[in-house]
Design a protein around this ligand. Structure first.
Ligand SMILES: O=c1ccn([C@H]2C[C@H](O)[C@@H](COP(=O)(O)OP(=O)(O)OP(=O)(O)O)O2)c(=O)[nH]1
Length: 91
């Protein structure tokens, strides 16, 4: 089960939905009524006043975006394993 936040806007009037994804390519996931699958956390939201500047000050991150600090080797390994399972299942 994915541990990911979902935002419920203050003006939302619908049913609160929980996004679930089963990453196990073999075993189905079973959810029963009464299972604890989510938590509701009510938080204040900061509304920022943005200040337009010509240049940003230096920082250790700089312009490095997704993955630039490393640590994604395990993720690639998981994708390769999942692809192998898919291959085996389709044979
Ligand atoms: O896990 C979630 C995420 C969202 N919502 C509901 C409440 C939220 O107010 C609405 C819209 O969600 P969100 O703003 O994340 O959707 P979006 O994909 O950004 O589209 P939009 O805001 O244009 O509707 O869907 C849920 O019930 N559960």
């Amino acid at each position: 089960m994915l541990n990911a936040p979902g935002t419920v806007d203050a003006g939302y009037r619908g049913e609160i939905l929980i996004n679930l994804i089963n990453h196990d390519p073999v075993q189905p996931a079973k959810i029963s009524r009464g299972d604890r699958i989510a938590q509701l956390v009510v938080q204040r939201v900061e509304r920022a006043d943005f200040l337009l500047v010509d240049e940003l000050p230096d920082s250790s991150r700089g312009v490095g975006g997704h993955g630039s600090t490393g640590g994604h080797a395990g993720l690639v390994e998981q994708v390769v394993k999942a692809d192998l399972v898919d291959e085996r299942l389709s044979q």
